[in-house]
Every structure is written in structure tokens, then in C-alpha cells.
Design a binder for this molecule. Structure first.
Ligand SMILES: NC(=O)c1ccc[n+]([C@@H]2O[C@H](COP(=O)([O-])OP(=O)(O)OC[C@H]3O[C@@H](n4cnc5c(N)ncnc54)[C@H](O)[C@@H]3O)[C@@H](O)[C@H]2O)c1
Length: 442
């Protein structure tokens, strides 16, 4: 039976290589669309969890994993020979950067080699990891063709960027449109046919390169706009008489041509911070300097440093010697309502404070423990007594689980880098991007 038919009648089998933040939601969504799915990973803990019907990601319900496993629609393994039995192979491995912020596509290469060893005629391979344009054609394709088979003729190849937004309750995998770019028209058609069974809307582009670039445009758009508002926040602080949050709220009333971005302690996660570097690295190959990207990165990466400077100013102006200050950090995850701490600006701030203040504790309901300077530290409970005991409470992630009323009432001094408390007036409350009213210049 042709692959088209197997997709249409739901008998196509699917592999998901890399069952992390991107792969695990797909491991639940593909069976929901009727496709038997196998997750392939190198992490035994994740494999064991899936096979026991347990999720390890907050956004994915264990009941959904368990239901798919129980129905015989989902299993996980570290054995790539499972690919042989599959019709469609989705690669969702990490694409980090190196210490000098250059792309590290070694996970794509490693998993690609394993897929190539188990490739058979007629299969569709889809790369889902975010990466620079031409990775699918110039990195993955030659590895897969080492199998002796030719892409576009013996097997199919496409790039389908992943858009999952952990913590987003409004848009799910199913309701978020996907972009599909295949090596040939048939590759595109097959990938579109498959994803058309899984999500509500598929948008086809002419090549994997266009699809790769579209993902980078989406993330760089965010990075540049966050940097712009961060820069304006710093200017508002300098001017002393304008509140950036009021300004963004005002600009947001424009019903066209504007969308709000908010200042904060910096950007993190596995996407917005990393992906711009993938494009600026690639651009250099063409003697092209992506100035917007560099400038945005410069501003966003300066924010944790600015938070520490601001904190020291706040402590100083309240007569608290920073070297003795007891601080309580609220939020360690890189953004609201997620447990992901990868490249979290909150952790960067904690690292910058290390050895410079009396004591730093943190509380994050999503992050029970984390590693700081090689040591494991645990989240402290959030109680009125703990808030009162801190010289300053620093809000770095605006989780919705926090009781902001209690935080405002019990804390002696607060630096709210996310405008989570949304109040102006209390003298003990400082917000990034504006000066407290008492200190505004007239
Ligand atoms: N996290 C997000 O919100 C998000 C959103 C959109 C796109 N992306 C992109 O998706 C890709 C994956 O990101 P993620 O957040 O899911 O990463 P992750 O680290 O959560 O998951 C990746 C998984 O791949 C596994 N893995 C590594 N090497 C492997 C190999 N050789 N064979 C099999 N499995 C292997 C890891 O063990 C891990 O479980 C990245 O390119 C990222 O930029 C992530």
C-alpha cells in the first residue's frame, strides 16, 4: 500500500526521535490522530516514564500518555531499529549552541546516522528541530543518503518547524498551524497529508530552506521586539518620569499595526535565546552581518546584569548593605508557568549574585531544585514568615500560582522585574522600567 493510503486510512506507523518538550507532546498527538507511534530517545528515564504511562512535562497529562500506552498506540525505546517498522520518522532532537555561541547540530547528525542505518524505501523523514536554513538539505540529507538511497526518489524528506509554546493554554498542538517544506513536491505533499491529519491547518512552502527560515523569522521577531521594549524600559528608568508598563498598555490600545511585548530580566529557554545565533552564524557564510539579531542579543543578554545593578541601587537607597542582604528570588523557570530552566535569566541573576550578597534563597513551585555553581539548591516554601525575613524579594518569573497580594503585604522590599504585582504607589515596591513615584523627577 502506498504511503498516501496508509496516512489516509491511519495505518501509517510513526517514529518520534527525541521525546523532550517537542517530542513528547507529539507522542500523544499522533496516537490521538490514529497513528501508532514509537518514541526513540537516548534517555532511559524518559523511555521508562513513557512506557509506564507517565509524563515528565507539565504540559502533557500523564493520563494522556497512559491512555495511548494502554491502547497499544504508544511505546518508547532506545533502539533505532524500531524505525524500520515505521513509515514516518520525525526528528525532534536538541539544537543547542556551543560555548562560543555557534550552532551545534551534532544531535541532528547523530540521530540522522542512526536513522540512515535503519532507513528503508518509501519512508518519510521529517526534521522538526529548529535550525539554520539548509540544514535539512546540506547536513541531514547527505547523512541519510549514506544509506545508498536517494532523497526524493527512494525516500522522502521534509522540514516542518515546531511551534509548541509550553505553558500556552490557548493554543494546542492541534490548533497551531504547521508549515511544511519538502525536498520535492511529493515530499511536501506527503508531509502535508500527514500533518493535515494531526493539526487543523497546514501551510506548504516551496522548500525545506523556506520552512527553516520561517521558524527563525518567528523567533527572531520575538527576540528583536523584546530587545526593543527592554531598551525603552532602560530609557524610562533613566528618565525617571515615565513608566514603560503604562506606555506599553497605552500603545496596545491601537487595534492595528502594534502588538505588545514586555520588558523583563532577559530571555531564556531553548529557542528565543539560541535561534537568532543560528541565523547570524549562517549569514556570515554569505558575508552578511545580521545587525538586528546581534543588537537584540546584546540588549537582551544585558538584562540580567541590569537587574543586579538595579537591585544593588534599591538595596543601597534603603540603607541595606548588599554584602549582608538576604534575598528571596521568586521564579527560577525561564518564563511563566513552565518548569523549564534552560538558559533562564533568573538563574543567570542568581549566579551573578553569588558571593556578592549575604544569602540567596529561591522559591519556584515548578522547579523543586536546581544546580547553582555546581551545587544542588532546593526551592524554599513561600510563607509570610519567609517573605518577612528577606531584606528584598525579587520577582524574576511571574508564575500565576504566586499569591501577589501576600507577597506585597508581607515583603519588606520588592523588586518586581515582570510587573507581576501591577501596582504603583507602595514605597517598598520597585519595578523594572520605571522609578517609584516618590523618586520621579518633577
Ligand atoms: N522547547 C520548545 O518550546 C521548542 C519549541 C519549538 C522548537 N523547539 C526545537 O525543538 C528541538 C528539540 O527541543 P526540545 O525542547 O524538545 O529539547 P529536549 O532536550 O527537551 O528534547 C530533546 C530530546 O532528544 C533526545 N536526544 C538527544 N540526542 C538524541 C539522539 N541521538 N537520539 C535520540 N534522542 C536524542 C534527548 O534525550 C531529549 O529527550 C530543538 O531544536 C528546539 O529548538 C523547541
Amino acid at each position: 500500500m502506498k504511503l498516501e493510503q496508509r496516512i489516509e486510512n491511519g495505518t501509517a506507523k510513526v517514529a518520534v526521535v527525541g521525546i523532550g518538550y517537542v517530542g513528547l507532546p507529539l507522542c500523544v498527538e499522533f496516537p490521538r490522530a490514529g497513528f501508532r507511534t514509537v518514541g526513540i530517545d537516548v534517555d532511559q528515564h524518559k523511555i521508562g516514564s513513557v512506557n509506564r504511562g507517565r509524563s515528565f512535562i507539565e504540559d502533557v497529562a500523564s493520563t494522556d500518555v497512559a491512555a495511548a500506552v494502554k491502547a497499544g498506540q504508544l511505546s518508547a525505546t532506545n533502539d533505532y531499529t524500531a524505525c524500520r517498522d515505521c513509515d514516518i520518522i520525525n526528528i525532534c532532537v536538541p539544537t543547542p549552541f556551543t560555548a562560543s555561541k555557534e550552532p551545534d547540530v551534532s544531535f541532528i547528525e547523530d540521530s540522522g546516522r542512526e536513522v540512515a542505518r535503519n532507513l528503508r524505501r518509501g519512508q518519510l523523514v521529517i526534521l522538526r528541530s529548529t535550525t539554520y536554513p539548509e540544514t535539512t538539505e546540506k547536513v541531514l540529507l547527505p547523512i541519510l543518503e549514506k544509506s545508498g538511497m536517494k532523497a526524493g526518489r527512494d525516500f522522502h524528506l521534509a522540514f516542518v518547524p515546531e511551534r509548541v509554546d509550553p505553558g500556552n493554554r490557548r493554543f494546542t498542538t492541534r490548533t497551531t498551524p504547521v508549515v511544511v517544506g519538502g525536498l520535492t513536491k511529493r515530499c511536501t505533499r506527503l508531509a502535508a497529508l500527514f500533518y493535515g491529519r494531526v493539526v487543523e491547518r497546514v501551510f506548504q512552502v516551496s522548500s525545506p530552506r523556506a520552512a527553516e527560515m520561517s521558524k527563525l523569522l518567528e523567533n527572531i521577531f520575538r527576540s528583536v521586539n523584546i530587545a526593543l521594549v527592554n531598551e525603552m524600559a532602560l530609557l524610562c528608568e533613566r528618565m525617571g518620569s515615565i513608566d514603560i508598563w503604562e506606555v506599553v498598555a497605552a500603545a496596545s490600545t491601537k487595534p492595528f499595526g502594534f502588538m505588545p511585548f514586555y520588558p523583563g530580566p532577559g530571555i531564556g529557554g531553548h529557542c528565543i535565546l539560541i535561534d537568532p545565533y543560528y541565523l547570524s552564524w549562517k549569514a556570515r557564510e554569505y558575508d552578511f552581518h545580521s545587525n538586528f539579531i546581534e543588537l537584540a542579543a546584546q540588549t537582551n543578554e544585558s538584562m540580567p546584569f541590569r537587574v543586579v545593578d538595579r537591585l544593588f541601587e534599591v538595596l543601597g537607597s534603603n540603607g541595606i548593605p548588599s554584602s549582608k542582604a538576604k534575598l528571596l528570588i521568586l521564579g527560577a523557570a525561564f518564563k511563566r508557568d513552565v518548569e523549564d530552566t534552560r538558559h533562564s535569566p533568573a538563574i543567570k541573576v542568581m549566579e551573578l549574585l553569588s558571593g556578592k550578597v549575604g544569602r540567596v534563597d529561591y522559591h519556584d513551585p515548578h522547579v523543586p531544585e536546581l544546580k547553582l555553581d555546581g551545587k544542588v539548591v532546593r526551592s524554599k516554601s513561600l510563607t509570610p514568615a519567609r517573605l518577612r525575613a528577606a531584606d528584598c524579594v525579587v520577582i524574576l518569573t511571574d508564575h500565576s500560582a504566586f499569591d501577589y497580594g501576600m507577597i506585597l503585604k508581607e515583603s519588606r522590599l520588592i523588586l518586581d522585574t515582570r510587573n507581576a504585582i501591577k501596582r504603583r504607589g507602595p514605597k517598598k515596591l520597585y519595578t523594572l522600567g520605571c522609578q517609584p513615584p516618590a523618586r520621579r523627577r518633577r
